[in-house]
Design a protein. Sequence first.
Length: 135
Amino acid sequence: MNVPRTLDRKKYAKLLAAVLPRPISSDEEHRTLLGVTSRLMKKGELTPEETALLRLLSILISEYERTRYSDLFEKLKPVEALGHLMEENHLTQRDFPGIPQSRISEILTGKRRISKAQARRFGERFKVSPALFLY
């Protein structure tokens, strides 16, 4: 996600004023910003200002999740981490383009391990290190 060098300052300021992004301090704020990012991601073609906002929100969400869940993720097995992240983000097996639903099901039931390529995709999707999903 590249942020263009030139933004329309007024449009970007309007987006920022609507969202009021700041460091996340609660699960409620986290859910709210996840909702905003989800709507932006589903929109498809984004303006440069929306792209910049999405990047900013991704950084804030990532930082909150890194600090909030770091102990939890260190203790989880890769499949447990995937299940937890799917639940937290209200995702189903259909929400991973490029990975068949049956493969996700096999991973979640322990019939199959997460491959390196899948770990990269999960890492990109959840904005976490792919290492979280590898044994």
